[in-house]
Design a protein around this ligand. Sequence first.
Ligand SMILES: [Zn+2]
Length: 247
Amino acid sequence: MRNITITIDVEEDCPPMLSSTRGMEEGLPKLLDLFKEEGIRATFFVTGTMAERYPNLICRIPEDGHELGCHGYTHARFDQMTEEEARFALKQAGKTLRKFEKKLVSFRAPNLQFPKSYLKLLEKEGFLYDSSLAMYKPPFFKDKSESRIVRIPATITSSFLRLPPEFFLPLIKLSKAPVIFVHPWELVDMSNMPIRLDCKFNTGEKALKNLKVLIRTLKAENYLFLTLQERATLEKYKESWDSFELY
Ligand SMILES: [Zn+2]
């Protein structure tokens, strides 16, 4: 059976270009309502600062049965931090987010940029899974040898999901188990904001409608909607089953 993992990067509006939080106030409740209506679960990678500012909203994530993951403390890029700064940011984020979810095991770095040499820091903070790689961002190496962290890359970039469904649906179906991501601010009309065109086109109602089409199409095709944690567990199981078959 095919599966899909929907992930949400919960942050300020289109960082670092804006610092407003309309996505938090207007977009995130819409996403939570949509997933509830459709009866599916997702993984929300939340920054520590958004969790501190919007505790009631963040509480809804585990309450609704979704996975709460970490998206750094602020939205600062880890590839621009020293090792000490990265360690501190992960510790601060972990401390804040564990108030909402004790089992905090999944991580995605802001801008999907995370130095390989910092994977050991994730391990130390108790994380098991990292989704900071992207299939569409070369160079892409699926290298498990450096640490015990399991790396599960994102399949396509979020702006693709704002193209007409006849473009993005075939692309998603090319992957056996796609990992897609959206941002709460994409569900708010950003067309008049001073941000890049690829960030603002088709934001608002169109983005929400596309997400609905995606979910309903894949549901009709019997896809399983898995959180990152569930999907990683399934992969581990498959790997051990494959090696069992070999010997
Ligand atoms: Zn982000």
